[in-house]
Design a protein around this ligand. Structure first.
Ligand SMILES: Cc1ncc(COP(=O)(O)O)c(C=O)c1O
Length: 454
């Protein structure tokens, strides 16, 4: 086997993915497996499916691939242009503007369609960096980036270490330090990649943070990628500020700033594989369009969604109602955590919370974080994602998802968590239980271990 096929940089064997495997072996079901593991490690949005389903039910013509009574089937079955269906690109561009309260416009000609944000992020790496070059990423970051940014491209990730002392906000010092670290490793820094709103923090970036980043990329003459896949999940104030809004009028930056988007989170359609790159850099758009041949969106999906998203009335109502439901769910989750004596980072977006369980650790180490994670996964029956899998520098934080289940299941998860915390603090009961064993590498995977594996 060749190196690419066998190397470890995909990140498949991180605890983030291992938790999913454990869940698959014993998934919770209220009727058939009430003691099973509840999946809280998956950033899925299932809160507004009924809105999509009722739209589909009342638009049977689009579902049947018809337009004005005529079948579109043959046309769509044969369509194979990697520029994408023009009607879909227009509808998507307008939907992206709507998400940003029409403060900015997106020209459909600058959109490149990709099979999800996964493909969009990797494609941008291929366009902007050579193997061995580096991108700076604020920590904690989405665990999938190890796969998307590094694996096939050979690009290196250099962390911008953010800290709990200021709510994991980006600072000038942290960005400069990451740049120095990259230089010490003789890496050429090609850009910074952020997720705004952040996965896993669930916070939208402030204007100050965006200004720090813009000043930094201007000074260093490098790129900025803003993955705005969660832009439609911002349910609280301060609202979402897209990087596109911040660079308005900055002609010097239009070639350097690129946005990634997808319908996986805002519409809850990860299975449809709909993503996009938005860039005003012509070279990037041309190269990414050619590369998109490796991950196109089916014309069937493009057609259906072009009809759905161009229904402006529906799109507007969906955005508002989806945010309302997310806010309500977030409130329920945070107050349930409080009842269990657990706090989390103050957040205003996303499908998850960044939960602080430092007080439940036996020691302030990543080993203790893994022990706690293992207990919560195998004894309490909740799959959550440990901070180490998001490259957090401080042990004891976990990303916990709240929008991929029913309210009843969330309440059960909160009850399980509360009884765990109560029994743990009273008698340390759970510590005496024999736990099924996990592969050795699970306890090995602290950020410092990873450094030595690089
Ligand atoms: C920040 C971020 N980027 C990209 C992705 C991948 O999304 P997609 O399903 O569109 O490939 C995710 C999925 O969780 C994500 O959280």
């Amino acid at each position: 086997m060749v190196r690419k096929a066998t190397c470890n940089s995909h990140g498949q064997d991180s605890s983030y993915f291992l938790g999913w495997q454990e869940y698959e072996k014993n998934p919770y079901d209220p009727l058939t497996n009430p003691l099973g593991i509840i999946q809280m490690g998956l950033a899925e949005n299932q809160l507004s499916f009924d809105l999509l389903e009722s739209w589909l039910a009342s638009h049977q013509e689009a579902v049947a691939l018809k337009k004005d009574g005529e079948f579109m089937f043959r046309e769509l079955a044969l369509f194979q242009d990697y520029h994408g269906l023009p009607a879909f690109k227009t509808a998507l561009a307008e939907f992206m503007s709507e998400m940003r309260r029409n403060k900015v416009e997106f020209n459909p000609e600058n959109l490149v369609l990709t099979a999800g944000a996964t493909s969009a992020n990797e494609t941008l790496m291929f366009c902007l960096a050579d193997p061995g070059d580096a991108f700076l990423l604020p920590t904690p970051y989405y665990p999938g980036f190890d796969r998307d940014i590094k694996w096939r491209t050979g690009v290196e990730i250099v962390p911008i270490h953010c800290s709990s002392t200021n709510g994991f906000k980006i600072t000038k010092q942290a960005v400069e330090e990451a740049y120095r670290n990259a230089k010490k490793r003789n890496l050429k820094v090609k850009g910074v990649l952020i997720t705004n709103p952040s996965n896993p923090l669930g916070t939208a970036m402030t204007r100050d943070e965006l200004a720090i980043l813009i000043n930094f990329i201007t000074a260093k003459n490098i790129h900025l990628i803003s993955d705005e896949i969660y832009s439609g999940t911002v349910f609280g104030s301060p609202g979402f500020i897209s990087v596109k809004e911040v660079i308005k009028g900055r002609d010097d930056l239009t070639n350097k700033v690129h946005i990634v988007y997808s319908l996986s989170k805002d519409l809850g359609l990860p299975g449809f594989r709909v993503g996009a790159i938005y860039s005003e850099n012509d070279v990037v758009v041309a190269a990414a369009t050619k590369m998109s041949s490796f991950g196109l969106i089916s014309s069937h999906t493009q057609y259906l969604l072009s009809v759905m998203l161009s229904d402006k009335d529906f799109a507007k109502k969906y955005i508002v109602e989806n945010k309302r439901r997310l806010e309500q769910r977030h409130r329920l989750f945070v107050s349930g955590l409080e009842t269990a004596g657990i706090s989390c980072l103050n957040s205003n977006a996303g499908l998850f919370c960044w939960v602080d369980m430092r007080h439940l650790l036996k020691s302030n180490t990543f080993g203790a974080e893994m022990e706690l994670w293992k207990k919560i996964l195998l004894k309490v029956g909740l799959n959550i994602s440990p901070g180490a899998s998001c490259h957090c520098q401080e042990p004891g934080f976990f990303r916990v998802c709240f929008a991929n289940m029913s309210e009843g299941t969330l309440n059960l998860a909160l009850q399980r968590l509360k009884s765990f915390v109560d029994s743990d603090s009273e008698s340390n009961n759970y510590n005496h239980c024999r736990l099924p064993s996990l592969p050795k590498w699970v306890l090995r995977l602290s950020p410092s271990d990873r450094k030595s594996e690089r």
